[in-house]
Ligand binder design. Structure first.
Ligand SMILES: C[S@@+](CC[C@H](N)C(=O)[O-])C[C@H]1O[C@@H](n2cnc3c(N)ncnc32)[C@H](O)[C@@H]1O
Ligand SMILES: [Zn+2]
Length: 273
């Protein structure tokens, strides 16, 4: 619930402390932010460019795919990384699937995402998650040095802000797909593939503030039926660019069950002090 994490959040207008009263998060300077019926609060300032936030259909597909356990080994790794951290922040948390899995028995979780559709689910993903609409490209509505662990799973990164909110000695864990992720689906269906230079870009966005402290490659095969394939396509970046009917026809041509590769890099970073 938001009440579990409100002490770590900051007013997006004046950076002051926030308190919850009567379904509103307020600062001492009179800025107020209504808590939605579904339990999340929007602390976003300004507007986001269209085509950034995951849509209801994408969120639904992602929830279905993750719910089937296809990425469970990745979630398990993140639980190990989070260890005994008291505050875990997930930037680009989506449905809160990984954040919920990562929380230890006494930990609280802050789910940040620009999609309120995703956060409706994140707010319910775990009793100690507070879900907050925020744009990762702007100053995060989180106080300095609060996150013992910061998760960033298939989502955008903001190096300076990540460094500011991470506690001294804390760990930033970034999950990125390798070039083998979701093959042969990417090739078979002409999905958007991972940019060749993604790893280089990851290094660049964090350079100067973070040093890599280690990494793991999580790679295994999953067997997907047509519904799973539809969910995998519908939750990814290609969903923005493909017509659902054409996609369905293409999927119908695939074998009934397809062996698909899951291949992610989990990179751990520490702040350079
Ligand atoms: C590929 S999804 C990953 C979600 C989640 N981490 C997972 O793996 O299930 C990317 C997420 O980043 C969010 N996102 C995209 N741009 C964002 C931004 N500028 N600020 C915050 N979240 C953003 C999307 O709404 C979406 O939930
Ligand atoms: Zn304020």
């Amino acid at each position: 619930m938001l009440a579990d994490v409100i002490e770590h959040l900051a007013c997006p207008v004046c950076r002051g402390d926030l308190v919850l009263s009567g379904g509103t998060a307020r600062c001492a300077n009179g800025h107020g932010f209504d808590v939605a019926r579904q339990g999340y609060v929007s602390l976003r300032t300004g507007s986001a460019p269209a085509g950034t936030a995951d849509t209801p259909a994408m969120v639904e597909a992602r929830a279905r795919f993750l719910g089937a356990g296809h990425f469970a080994p990745v979630a398990e790794r993140l639980r190990e990384v989070a260890g005994t951290a008291g505050v875990v922040l997930d930037a680009g948390a989506g449905t809160g699937h990984y954040l919920a899995a990562a929380l230890g028995p006494d930990a609280v979780g802050i789910a940040l995402d620009i999609s309120k559709h995703a956060l409706k689910r994140a707010a319910r993903a775990h009793p100690r998650i507070g879900a907050v609409v925020a744009d990762v490209w702007r100053p995060l509505p989180v106080k300095d040095g609060r996150a013992g662990v910061l998760l960033n799973v298939f989502a955008p990164r903001n190096g300076p802000e990540f460094a500011r909110v991470l506690a001294p000695g804390g760990t930033l864990a970034v999950v990125t797909p390798t070039s083998r992720h979701l093959e042969p689906l990417v090739g078979e269906l002409g999905l958007l593939s991972v940019g060749e230079d993604k790893e280089r870009r990851l290094g660049e966005t964090l350079a100067g503030r973070f040093a890599e402290a280690g990494h793991m490659i999580e790679e295994y095969e999953i067997m997907l039926g047509h519904e799973d394939v539809e969910a995998a396509v519908g939750m990814g970046p290609s969903a923005w660019h493909t017509d659902p009917v054409a996609r369905k026809i293409e999927i119908a041509r695939l074998p009934g069950v397809l062996a698909v590769n899951v291949s992610c890099r989990i990179s751990m970073f520490r702040k350079i002090t």
